[in-house]
Design a protein around this ligand. Structure first.
Ligand code: PEP
Length: 250
């Protein structure tokens, strides 16, 4: 069956000031014809840099994304940013439900689902994040936990709008730890089946990213796993050469 075109996405988290435009320029520069023929690139900087990066990326195929959005389009939500605002600033994707949002801001599956739906309504592609904790995996509950997160976090609109799913085991994020290839294959196969069951052909076409301590040294192995259509990269995406090296493993 035809595989979706791979996507390598960088999540800069709360890192980067205008000086980091240099790093982004190096990513744009390094995304040469050979890479372009194989893989899509997305960079999600802090919201303060969305517009400046989007302007820098004009005329290139590199996409810029947000790291979160509010479920509402506008209103009395001090400190929040809406999906239409991100779109207006030049973003075409937005991460929703990252484990750091779920933990630091108490975001529930229902909140994540509403944010993903808001993203779609604004013309953005949401990157919906799911993943189990160490305790949940050790208790043999990883598939059940991720299945429940998917059921609760994926909006019905995913049946007819582009959505990306990122599997990010919480214990692998920023730790240098990664699941075994067998565990990634089991989880991605399970996620694919769940998506096909719910969304049919759209579920088959959806890109499923693996995230959690992806580095140049382990990217080929992780990205080679069945049903892994790319990576969501945190720490390594802050260094242009590392981010590009991950993309080059395709
Ligand atoms: C992330 O936070 O999305 C992530 C995958 O981080 P890291 O690559 O640093 O583990």
């Amino acid at each position: 069956t035809e595989r979706p075109r791979p996507l390598v996405a960088g999540n800069w988290k709360m890192n980067g000031t205008r000086a980091a435009t240099k790093t982004f320029a190096a990513i744009l520069e390094g995304y040469d014809a050979a890479l372009r023929s194989k893989v899509d690139l997305l960079v999600c900087p802090p919201a303060t840099l969305t517009y400046i990066f989007a302007v820098a990326a004009v005329g290139t195929p590199v996409k810029v994304g947000g790291q979160d959005c509010h479920a509402a389009t506008h209103g009395a939500h001090t400190g929040d940013i809406s999906a239409p605002m991100l779109a207006d600033a030049g973003a075409s994707y937005v991460i929703v439900g990252h484990s750091e949002r779920r933990t630091d801001h108490g975001e529930s599956d229902a909140t994540v689902k509403a944010k993903a739906a808001a993203a779609i309504a604004a013309g953005l592609t949401p990157v919906v994040c799911v993943g189990e904790t160490r305790e949940e995996r050790d208790a043999g509950r990883a598939l059940a936990v991720v299945g429940a997160q998917l059921a609760g976090s994926m909006p019905d609109e995913a049946a007819h709008a582009p959505v990306v799913v990122a599997y990010e085991p919480v214990w692998a994020i920023g730790t240098g730890l990664t699941p075994t290839v067998a565990d990634v294959a089991e989880m991605h196969g399970f996620i694919r089946q769940s998506l096909v069951d719910r969304f049919g052909a759209a579920g088959r076409a959806m890109r499923l990213l693996y995230g959690g301590s992806v580095k140049p040294g382990n990217a080929r192995e992780l990205l080679g796993v069945a049903e892994v259509d790319g990576a969501l990269v945190g720490g390594a995406s802050l260094v242009a050469e590392d981010f590009l090296a991950i993309a080059r493993s395709y």
